[in-house]
Design a protein around this ligand. Sequence first.
Ligand code: G1P
Length: 281
Amino acid sequence: MVKPVRKAIFPVAGLGTRFLPATKAIPKEMLPVLNKPLIQYAVEEALDAGIDTFIFIVSEGKEAIKDHFAPSPELESMLEEQGKHDLLALVQGAVLKTGRAAYIIQDQPLGLGHAIWCGRNELDLDNEAVAVILPDDLILNQSGPGCLKQMIEIYQNVGGNLAAVENVPREQTNRYGILDVVSEDGALAKAKGLVEKPDPADAPSTLSIIGRYVLQPEVFTYLDKKERGAGNEIQLTDAMAQTIGHIDFHGFRFEGTRFDCGNQIGFVEANVAFAKAHSTS
Ligand code: G1P
């Protein structure tokens, strides 16, 4: 029996400097792809995967994220009175029920591993695994299940640590966590090691981690050590790498197209792709 996955962590404390000045007063996760903010796509993907508790790792100035998932009684009653039921459904569809969302402040930008570690007190680390979604990585799978749902299905069979992966051009390995692959089995690539942002010349493969994970509690034991890695940050990739040997690590080649909404071109491409996917003409 694998440990169940009922909670998801969303690390959203970053400054969004690549989108300044747009992100001066608005969290980058609130930038819209079509009519929905990036963070809502991440939450909907998690809901679709059966997640029932949402842990947001935020920084000061990210209140708009919390507001977005809270009820807006005035707006809702106005839409109700006006009979605008479609719009009301959209507004209410973005509300997370009380008790299902937690907002934890990451008070220092010490890296992705540190952000995930900040969520530890919301977890039952003896009994459950946890999902992680990086909202910058937006994945469109028009005809099938979302990426996290695909992952959790596969996880029921393989257990261990799991991350979404795809191949990237070799010159881009220094932007990603990279797998040192030991064997392949269909959509799964088993790794004997992981390297965070290696130079293209040193990368053990071009198979790159995309921002979806299922993590075993043991990862938190390594995050507890707060060891610094690439960029002098506490890296999730390093903590996962240290569990290899006693916990399997698999990369999962998901169905769907991933857009890197952490950069401007990827964000615009996502908008175009989602517009086309939702176009009725
Ligand atoms: C993070 C992870 C990296 C992963 C990437 C996916 O990097 O550290 O291993 O490949 O997300 O988007 P970041 O994009 O935060 O620099």
